[in-house]
Structures are given as structure tokens and as C-alpha cells.
Design a protein around this ligand. Sequence first.
Ligand code: PHE
Length: 351
Amino acid sequence: MSDLFSESTTGTGERSKELTSLIDGIEAVLPQARQAISAAPDRKAIEQLRVEFLGKKGKITRLNQRLGKLSAEERPIAGKLLNTQRTEITELLEKRTAELESRELDARIAAEALDVTLPGIRPARGGLHPVTRVAREITDIFRGMGFRLESGPEVETEWLNFDALNMPEDHPARDMQDTFYTERGHVLRTHTSPTQLRSMLAAKPPMAVVTTGKVYRHDSDATHSPMFHQMEGFLVDEGISLGHLKGTLHEFLRALYGSEVRTRFRPSFFPFTEPSAEVDIWSEAHGGWMEVLGCGMIHPRVLQNGGIDPEKYGGFAFGLGIDRMTCIKFGIPDLRLLFENDLRFLRQFQG
Ligand code: PHE
């Protein structure tokens, strides 16, 4: 800047008053600008300062207009100085803008940053349905006694579901089970007992088999569902007696419910067993005895239909209601809760 002054002084020796005042004016602008720009809090403030200093009515423009009053010799002196100031202010504005931009970016990055130390959201984990759990537990107990696991179809022939089990067309027992009919000669199996015949027809005694699966009856209330789960078990060998049946079931019920379980054997009737019985279990949740199981010694005609000589072999069979056993085990008062699939209910039984 001292160069500029020496230039002006060497030329004429004397500066005009106008030049001196203009130079003072010009020199006062930069410190003002520098201070204001460095204090500008955001880009909006920068824009205002650009207008204030460099805009059409801005300080530099107004000083520029005063150049016209200078002589032709003095004009370049002030003009040059004004230009350097303008460039300097432009640079200051740019620098500050860049600074603010990077600060904004830093703030945004900080705000959007992932906190990797936060605990994650646990994905929901599924669990086994209480009926599945009890079904597995029951099959495990029987497998431990030497029974093998088999399965049968849910759409069954009328022959295997009824006739072969000693329930011919006109047999009153057929009304005991309200049946869903599908195609001609087929039904949704009303019990798992037809699997007895399927197993007998496929193998030779001695044999001990269990099957679990869905069965269907036209029936619905707090203790009946139109679809429910049964487990069938049967054993065929020489010299099998009712004692074997009672002992097996007693052992099973103690294994499932503990040695304090209260059970009751009642004489009953099934066309495919003779003699027949039903087993009840005392249920706290229901405040009474619940029938959970039908059983008996396999009827000679059923053995015959299964290709087994009833003179040589005998056997016992039982069918149990897995859903009811589940309700008793967990103290569930209404069987229908098992099939509503309300997660708040099911979660209580996640093991
Ligand atoms: N199938 C019979 C029922 O569903 C139960 C049962 C099975 C009874 C085996 C005796 C023997 O009611």
C-alpha cells in the first residue's frame, strides 16, 4: 500500500483533498469487512454482508462512484486501491462461506452419525407352540419305552377310519364322531386310530407304534375344537394283557405330569377295543376330571383286518387328546385359546 502512496506523491507532489478523503474511506472499509465477515454466523449473514459491501448500493460501489470526481492522474491510484480491497473482501467472503459450509457439514455428520455402541434391536425369536411341545414330550416318553414313531394321512378312507375299525356303515358308533366328508369314500380322519391298521398292514408283530397328528370333528366349544391333535399308540405281541396297558399308561402319565398326578380309569366302549376304558385326569384349571384318553385291548376283528392272527397275537391301543393334555399341563382354561395364535398368549409357553 505504501507503493500506492509513493506513486501518488511522486506524480504531483501534492494529493488532492478528495483523493485523501477517498483513500481514507477506502482504507476504513477493509477492517470493517474483515471483522463483520469473521463474525458472520451463517450463510444468510454472509449474503447480507456481500450486499452491504459489494452490492449495487454497497460501500465499495459507492466509493467507486466517487472516482469520477478525481483527476485523470489521481483516479488510477484510488481505483487500484479500491480494486485490491474489492478482491480482498470477495476472498474473505469466500473463505468464510467455505468455513461455514464445512462447519455445517460437520454438524450434519455428527447429527446423523450412527452410535454403534447402542444396544441393537433383537429380532423376534419364534418358539414352539405349546401343543407341539407337549406332543414332542409325549412321543419322547413313548419312544423311551420302545415305541416307534409313524404318521398317517389326514384325508383318510372311510374304510380305514370306520369299517376296518369295526364300525360298519349302519353302526351307531359312527354317529359318535361328527364327520367331515371329502370326496366319495373319504373323510377328514376323525381320530388317529386308522394308523393302527396302516401300521399292521405294513409290518409284522411284535410291534409298538405311536403316531401324532391332526384330527377333525364337527364340534366346537370350550373343551372341543373342530380340529384337534391326537396321539395313537398300540402294541401287538403274544400274551399281551390289560395289565400291560394299564402299566404303560400309568407310567406315561407319571412321566408327563409328575408322580402326584391324579388319574381315573373308567370302563367305556369303543367298537375297536374290547374291553375298553377311558382315563380322566384331575385338572385344577377346570376344577374337575378331564377325559384325556381312550384305550382298550384291540378287538380281534381289527387285528384280522390288519392281517394279524388274533388266535396268536393280542394287543392294546390308546388314543389321547394332546390339546386337552396341554391345557391340563399348563393350566389353560379354554381349549380354543390354543388355536387363536395370539402371540401374547403363546409367548407365555416359550421354552
Ligand atoms: N380313537 C378313539 C377316539 O378318538 C380313542 C381310542 C384309541 C380308543 C385307541 C381306544 C383305542 O375317541
